[in-house]
Write a protein that binds this ligand. Structure first.
Ligand code: UDX
Ligand code: ADP
Length: 480
């Protein structure tokens, strides 16, 4: 029986291994993590991450051929294939600070693999890493063990949160990069055979190591660039009276462009886009390609601009001051159907509003109060460290309250900001919300999910990203 062990029981490791276990009942899959609370949660009724369909898959396999354990060394030692899916934060100090990936966790995982291995192993990079990481890991492994053969593969994960299980069950492609040596090719074949249990072989792409590593960064950079492109056009729509939904639709009808991933928003978030682009920028700079680095940097600049533009709209609409005013924040997760808040645009928007001395009342169906308060207190880039290294109990921020009821959150508010496109926000009783709010009542829709005409009929002043401006907003002086 082939044994697989995955180091890191996070958003990538957990769901990916659960699906491998489901589709390969003859493989024993163990997911290990240094975080005891995370492993306990994976072994409980309340999984540590919210992902549609995940609970079902875990329940089918857990205890049969899927295990979660803190005994990292034992399971790594026994495995034939070791996936590594640990944190890769952005460096905050020293060389490459603010851009380069911090490979501390990766390196320590590699050293541990070398220490405990008694037999040959295939080591698979699963977490996104800078190009050429495999080479560094290979050196650590081979220089720290004797007589054991390690083959490094890059098998980047393309799943998106909220649709992870579907993405894993029917992936557009599986990418496996390896060394072009006989041993490397054999290792690629072995991993390919695992996926071939449910993925058509023509969708399993085999490349060299560096192509696989770079493909992941490039794919995320292209996706993020699409959103920054549509968001840049959304600003022009507001200035000219065009409607971004109509523009996106027309543009997306061109089969060369395609209709997906063209929704204007308050900005993209998530653990990958910004981090991967910063990585790409750093690699370009290190390779003497400043023009290419600058090109990609602007994708992030537009994203930051979109978030600050949103905050400016709120402030300028409400007579240029929101000091002491209650503002309801609907949605804190970086997108719907996940409780994940890593790099969520809500953090920057909330910080911007707090900087103007607003009082925030936040509601999200999946994110806890502790989580929101921690996110609003930690420094940029500090989120991507194992949970036990993050601040335990941040002092609650006085101007922020977190509500478990959307109507409580909006009661007596001057304005409502919609920052995540949760389906339930489309079905809210806006008449009730309006009746309980201060007047004039404002709605700022950062996700284009409300029916603007209906809300205006109720009496709201409505701003919706990239849509023709409310007459109220049009009369205000332009802002930068
Ligand atoms: C992304 C990639 O899609 C995935 O392939 C990779 O493995 C990890 O990074 P994820 O971060 O989970 O996945 O979510 P994604 O659906 O890509 O959305 C990222 C952000 O872009 C979200 O904040 C989302 O709201 C925003 N977005 C997406 C838009 O603003 N408009 C769109 O049209 C699409
Ligand atoms: P991703 O979104 O890539 O899955 P996460 O941050 O959700 O990232 O998960 C990474 C996991 O890796 C965390 O649960 C963390 O505790 C774990 N981890 C980090 N370093 C190690 C290590 N050396 N051994 C075991 N687990 C580790």
């Amino acid at each position: 029986m082939v044994k697989i062990c995955c180091i890191g029981a996070g958003y990538v490791g957990g769901p990916t291994m659960a699906v491998i276990a489901l589709k390969c009942p003859f493989i024993e899959v163990t997911v290990v993590d240094i975080s005891v609370s995370r492993i306990n949660a994976w072994n409980s009724e309340q999984l540590p991450i919210y992902e549609p369909g995940l609970e079902d898959v875990v329940k089918q396999c857990r205890g049969k051929n899927l295990f979660f354990s803190c005994d990292v060394e034992k399971h790594v030692g026994e495995a034939d294939i070791v996936f590594v899916s640990v944190n890769t934060p952005t460096k905050t100090q020293g060389l490459g600070a603010g851009k380069a990936a911090d490979l501390t966790y990766w390196e320590s995982a590699a050293r541990m693999i070398a220490d405990v291995s008694k037999s040959d192993k295939i080591v698979v990079e699963k977490s996104t890493v800078p190009v050429k990481t495999a080479e560094a890991i290979e050196k650590i492994l081979t220089h720290n063990s004797e007589g054991i053969n390690f083959q490094i593969l890059s098998n980047p994960e393309f799943l998106a949160e909220g649709t992870a299980i579907q993405d894993l069950l029917t992936p557009d492609r599986v990418l496996i990069g390896g060394r072009e040596t006989p041993e490397g090719i054999k290792a690629i074949e072995k991993l390919k055979n695992v996926y071939a249990n449910w993925v058509p072989v023509e969708s399993i792409l085999c490349t060299n190591l560096w192509s696989a590593e770079l493909s992941k960064l490039a794919a995320n950079a292209f996706l993020a660039q699409r959103i920054s492109s549509v968001n840049a056009i959304s600003a022009l729509c507001e200035a000219t009276g065009a409607d971004i939904s109509e523009v996106s639709h027309s543009v997306g009808m061109d089969s060369r462009i395609g209709p997906k991933f063209l929704n204007a928003s308050v900005g993209f978030g998530g653990s990958c886009f910004q981090k991967d682009i910063l990585n790409l920028v750093y690699i370009c700079e290190c390779n003497g390609l400043p023009e290419v680095a600058n090109y990609w940097k602007h994708v992030i600049r537009i994203n930051d601009y979109q978030k600050s533009r949103f905050v400016n709209r709120v402030v300028s609409s409400m007579f240029n001051t929101i000091s002491g005013k209650k503002i309801a924040i609907l949605g804190f997760a970086f997108k719907k159907d996940t409780g994940d808040t890593r790099e969520t645009p809500a953090i920057d928007v909330c910080k911007g509003l707090l900087g103007e001395k607003a009082k925030l009342s936040i509601y999200d169906p999946q994110v806890s109060a502790d989580h929101i308060e921690r996110d609003l207190s930690i420094e940029k880039f500090d989120w991507d460290h194992p949970a036990h290294l993050q601040p335990m109990s941040p002092t609650a921020i006085k101007q922020v309250s977190v509500e478990w009821d959307v109507y409580e959150a909006t009661k007596d508010a001057h304005g409502v900001c919609i920052l995540t496109e949760w389906d339930e926000f489309k079905k809210l009783d806006f008449q009730r919300i309006y009746d309980d709010m201060q007047k004039p009542s404002f709605v700022f829709d950062g996700r284009n999910i409300v029916d603007v005409v209906q809300l205006r009929r109720i009496g709201f002043i409505v701003y919706s990203v990239g849509k023709p401006l409310d007459p109220w907003l049009k009369d205000l002086p332009a802002f930068a």
